[in-house]
Design a protein around this ligand. Structure first.
Ligand code: URA
Length: 229
């Protein structure tokens, strides 16, 4: 990881303060002074700030049930940020592994482990995301077949990966996809002439949403490891 991230993760200094202490020569890596905040370091390196050995905090893995009219961003914009619901320290170190739209509700995973979130979000790892999709019009058999095989979204050149669809009733389905393209679910149903009127994410990989709206909990180590595969 970058030296400035390592120092951020090991102290209560903010980003600007970290950059300054590094540039001012207060930080030593394996005995050598390092002034470059973006230098790559390894967690096993001995990193000293003003004579004190730094130890990064353990990575955090959080599950949250996102309410509607909140945004998956670290700052409030048109809607309040999801992070307002998290009463824990060092929020700026966290990011969301697979954002939801402001009007989408349900399962969101939050972490400071970039490698782990890459496993969750990158399509090559085929991590399944399950959405409960409420539709304006009944889903036709033809549309179901198209979506299941993969559909070309407007403005794109590659069709979506094959999806699974379980019918709950004519205007509600459980959709399972392994990608996270921009507004993917809404655009998939638009591509077959329908419209999503409500969207709720219920599951990511083996992790099922099991907290009330606006609530959160830490993932267990089994849950964290299951998503690494
Ligand atoms: N697909 C969408 O269209 N919106 C979301 O929030 C998530 C997936």
């Amino acid at each position: 990881m970058r030296l400035d991230r390592f120092v951020c993760r090991s102290t209560h200094l903010n980003k600007d303060q970290v950059t300054k202490v590094i540039q001012d020569g207060h930080v030593f890596v394996n005995g050598n002074p390092v002034n470059n905040p973006v230098q790559q370091v390894h967690e096993n390196n001995t990193i000293i700030l003003d004579g004190e050995k730094l130890r990064p905090r353990k990575p955090r893995y959080i599950l949250m049930n996102k309410p509607a009219d909140t945004i998956c961003s670290n700052i409030d914009e048109a809607y309040p940020s999801l992070f307002n619901y998290l009463d824990i320290e060092n929020l700026s170190e966290l990011h969301i592994a697979g954002r939801l739209d402001a009007d989408t509700t349900g399962l969101v995973l939050i972490t400071d482990d970039g490698r782990w979130s890459y496993h969750v979000t990158h399509p090559q790892y085929l991590c399944e995301k399950v959405y409960r999709v409420s539709l304006r019009a009944p889903l036709t058999e033809e549309a179901r077949t198209v979506l299941t095989k993969g559909v070309l979204l407007q403005g794109e050149e590659e069709p979506t990966h094959p999806a699974k669809i379980q019918i709950i009733h004519s205007k509600q389905v459980l959709l399972t996809i392994t990608e996270g393209r921009f507004h993917q679910v809404k655009r998939m149903f638009a591509a077959v002439g329908n419209r999503v009127v409500a969207l709720h994410r219920e599951k990511i990989g083996s992790i099922q949403l099991n907290v009330d709206e606006g609530k959160w909990r830490y993932l267990t180590s089994d849950e964290v490891n299951a998503l690494k595969r």
